[in-house]
Design a protein around this ligand. Sequence first.
Ligand SMILES: [Fe+2]
Length: 209
Amino acid sequence: MTKFDRRKFLAAAPTLALSAPVLAGTIATTPKQIEGPFYPDELPLDQDNDLICEDATGLKTQGQILHMYGAVFNENAKPLSAVVVEIWQADNYGIYIHTETPNREDRDPYFQGFGRCMTDKHGRFMFRTVMPGLYEGRTQHVHLKVKQESEEVLVTQLYFAGHHGNKDDGVFNMLSAAEKERLTLYPIPFDTPYGTAYEAHFPVVIPAS
Ligand SMILES: [Fe+2]
């Protein structure tokens, strides 16, 4: 595990279990959404869960840092270990790492754009990334994919509470109010040596196999 916020990671699971919506003895599954056109066609050499570049000279990635803490459960509330969670998203300037993303020449070279994390024995995963920038036609969002034994079991998108673009986003507004809630992050600011960063905690729930 990378060194960032291990303490918060270890504290995350109980919060997630309590925050998962319980329906008739099971947990409501995380809504699926379209994958979209920008899943990386060429994966970066570095595919870990820290999408930020930081060296002895300091933080190089542009944007507001976001720590994402989650856990994967099945609908019977069982935490799922050894599940692979992937995220991909636009950088601070709204540009993906996909080779056909518009304005790719302007992208942040210090942003990984894609990350993977395997869940631990409690189902937990974590990412350090940036708040995604906007691109035309979409509100602020992060794409998420879950693989269990190499099989895709969930593709979806995560949104940000109160973002001004949410009301006009066609993909977001295909969801019911309850589904929106399950895909909405509520980032909380906290202080770091490099300024204010944000953290968000959320559960991911997939059907029982
Ligand atoms: Fe997107």
